[in-house]
Design a protein. Sequence first.
Length: 296
Amino acid sequence: MGAVIDKRPQAHISTQRQTSYRMRKALRGAATTLVLLGGSVLFIIPLVFMVSTSLKATRQIAKFPPELIPNPWIWQNYPDVFIYAPMHKYFLNTMILVIPSVVGAVVTSSLAAYAFARLRAPGKNLVFMVLLSTMMLPGVVTLIPTYILFAKINWVGTFRPLVIPALAGSAFYIFLLRQFFMTIPMELEDAALIDGCSRFRTWFSIILPLAKPVLATVTVFAFMGAWNDYMGPLIYLSNKLQYTMSLGLQVFTREHGTEWGLMMAASTMMVAPVILIFFFAQKNFVQGITMTGLKG
C-alpha cells in the first residue's frame, strides 16, 4: 500500500498566500484612494475659496487668517454683478456661440464620421489623413489669413466668424466619433439596410442611439470650448454689447478688480455652467473617452 501524502500543509500555505494577496491588493487600493482624495482636495480648494469669497462682505474678505465659511452669507453680491455689468447679455451672446458649436459637434461631425467609418469611396482614407493633418496645424498659424478672409467678406464685428465655422464641425470631433462608430457591429447596420432603412435613417436610428457616450463627450468638449473661448471673440467682436462671458469677465475684472466679492461672484457664474454640464454628463463622458481610446 502506498504512503498517504498529507496535503494539509500545502493547503494551509495556499490559503496564507491568498490572504496575503488580498491584503496587499486592499492596501494598494486604499493607498490609491488616499492619493486621489488628496489630489481632489488640492484641486477643489481654489473652487471652494472662490465660492466662499463670493458670499462674503468686504470686511470679512480682508480678515487674516481667512475664514472659509462666510458669516454672514452675503447673497447680494450676485444681484449686484448685474448692476455693474450686463451679465445676462453676455450670457445670451455666449449661447449664440455655444449652440452652433454643439450642433456642429453632434450633427455635422457625426455625419462626417459616419461616412468615414461606414461608407466606401475611393481615396477615403487619404481624405481622412488630410483631415487629421489639420489637427497638427497650430491655430495661430492660420489666424491672420483667416482674419483677412473674414474682413474681406465683412464678417468682422459680427458673430458669423465664430458661428459659421463651428457649424461645419471639427476634425477632432470627427476623429473621436469615427473611432467609436467603428466599434459598432456592422451586422446591426446591415440588418437595418436589409429592412429598407436609408443611410440617413440608419445613422439617426441605429448609430446615434448606440453612440450616446461619445456624443456626450463631444458635447462637453464643444460646450467648454465655446463657453471658455476668449481669443475668438476678442479678435472678431468690437462692440461691448456683443461680448461673451469670457470677455465680459475680463472687462469686469479690469473695472471692479478691487471688489473681491463681486469679482468672485462673477467668476462663479462663469464656472458654474461648465461644472453642471460635466456633472450630469460625467458617466457617459468617461465611457466615451474610454471606448474611443483617447488618453492623456
